[in-house]
Write a protein that binds this ligand. Structure first.
Ligand code: NDP
Length: 452
């Protein structure tokens, strides 16, 4: 008879933790999970899901204007932030409940409390002491706090979902995923947006053509992007703010939103009691089996140095449970060709290598590019274009990178991701019949390599 209360105890009921707990329980393990805040974690509560709902709301702003070209007339529509947030909260509460029910239905014991290590097998969970054979740390991350003078006046993404009202003018710091996505959200809902980014172009790491294309589309819409500019300090004048930039600008605004990356949630976990190896930035170090420096303790998702993407945490949590409790030691997460999207306007969908990455790898490449006006905007009159790019390995003919900035690109790129995973060649793309009339068909009709 085992001395353990649980075979597997999961700390954190976010994407990775919930999936791992459910799968492990399905394999017959006795599983517990502790969550002190939101069931479903960042993604469901203060990340991907509410962000997508707000992005949909934002899309309606321009859509009302676009409808005129199709014969629609109406009174000028008005927008009510409080209704949006209340409806969003209702949906998120529903999902939150579903996550708890899902865990309980899967036979997982749920603890609505924070867990802290006492030793490698012992956890303090609220007022209970729990002894577990294997422990998974899946506590995710949180927004990095700004460090400059007056930084306490800036909100971070966690707060953005609960604002009392839509700001008139918001200054966003950071040109990464969150900065760019919220620039779209606030701008589409009617706010003035200024985006400050310390680098020479937004979305570092993405394909250079895509970065420039999106930045120019955002600027056309009226979003003010200030590159190589950061925040020096913020002054609070009775709830109105002045941002002093590193370029000596003074920008008056109603809200400052800092989106400068995320840090792992490793504080208050009692890690000092188990001496788990961490990187300088506090990410937990794991080996190829998601095992930490302590044999029986594992970690997945944003708390490690893995990609901060929900589907990656889900895959890692699932594979780990299969390995530990279903005798599938060889199960692997495939980290190549992970498709990703930025829910900007227009959105970005991308999979595989960016041009600079292919060049850095010494691959001889052929590039195919296309920029065009989507059919919808021939009548809407909106000056919005779509951009697509294929990167092909000249030697093997394999398509090694696909990038799109345009309506529906995240939906389109999910399918293209399967093609790349299956090793599709340019010949395969060429012999695929297009769906007409769509934007996506352009991916199978690009015949002439780009000359630059
Ligand atoms: P990102 O890492 O994407 O971007 C951070 C931005 O802040 C970059 O522009 C970065 O500049 C800048 N920055 C970093 N540190 C500082 C600093 N000290 N001072 C000024 N600027 C700074 O982080 P986000 O916060 O936008 O998002 C966090 C993660 O969440 C993302 O990396 C992504 O993995 C995930 N996410 C995914 C989404 C999706 O899949 N659609 C949506 C939202 C988040 P520089 O480029 O120069 O480093």
């Amino acid at each position: 008879m085992s001395n353990y209360d649980f075979d597997y105890f999961v700390i954190g009921a976010g994407s990775g933790g919930v999936r791992s707990a459910r799968i492990a329980s399905g394999h017959g393990a006795k599983v517990g999970i502790a969550e002190g805040r939101h069931f479903g974690g960042t993604c469901v509560n203060i990340g991907c899901v509410p962000k997508k709902l707000l992005a949909y709301a934002s899309d309606y702003g321009p859509a009302f204007e676009d409808a005129k070209g199709f014969g629609w007339t109406s009174e000028k529509p008005t927008f009510d932030w409080a209704t949006l947030i209340a409806n969003k909260d209702k949906e998120i509460n529903r999902l939150n409940g579903i996550y708890q029910t899902m865990l309980r239905n899967a036979g997982v014991s749920v603890f609505e409390d924070y867990a802290k290590f006492i030793d490698a097998h012992t956890l303090q969970v609220g007022d209970k002491t729990i002894i577990a054979d294997k422990i998974l740390i899946a506590v995710g991350g949180q927004p990095r706090a700004p460090k400059y003078e007056g930084g306490e006046n800036a909100i971070v993404s966690d707060d953005a979902f609960y604002l009392d009202k839509l700001p008139e003018h918001v200054v966003i710091q950071g040109g990464g995923y969150i900065g760019v996505e919220f620039a779209h959200i606030f701008h589409g809902l009617g706010a003035k947006v200024t985006l400050l980014h310390r680098g020479d172009q937004i979305l570092r790491g993405f394909d250079s053509d895509i970065r420039h294309f999106l930045a120019s589309e955002m600027e056309k819409q009226g979003i003010n992007i200030k590159l190589e500019t950061d925040i020096d300090k913020i002054a609070n004048n009775n709830g109105k703010f002045t941002v002093f930039s590193t370029k000596n600008d003074e920008i008056s605004c109603n809200l400052v939103f800092s989106a400068i990356g995320r840090v792992p949630n490793t504080h208050n976990l009692g890690l000092e009691n188990v001496k788990i190896d961490q990187k300088d930035n506090h990410e937990i170090i794991v080996n190829g089996h998601y095992q930490t420096s302590i044999d029986n303790i594992f970690a997945v998702g944003d708390v490690t140095d893995s990609l901060d993407l929900t589907p990656v945490a889900l895959a890692e949590g699932h594979v780990l449970a299969d390995r530990l409790f279903n005798k599938q030691p060889d199960r692997q997460v495939g980290y190549d060709n992970i498709p990703t999207a930025v829910f900007s306007s227009p959105p970005i969908g991308t999979v595989g290598l960016a041009e600079h990455e292919a060049i850095d790898k010494g691959i001889e490449i052929e590039i195919y590019k296309s920029t065009f006006k989507p059919i919808r905007h021939t009548l809407s009159g909106r000056d919005e274009k779509t951009f697509m790019k294929l990167i092909v390995d000249k030697k093997t003919d394999k398509v090694i990178g696909v990038h799109m900035c345009g309506a529906d690109s995240p939906e389109i790129l999910q399918g293209i991701g399967i093609a790349l995973k299956a090793g599709a060649t340019k010949f395969d793309f060429d012999r695929t019949i297009g769906i007409h009339p769509t934007a996506a068909e352009e991916f199978v009709t690009m015949r002439t390599p780009s000359s630059d």
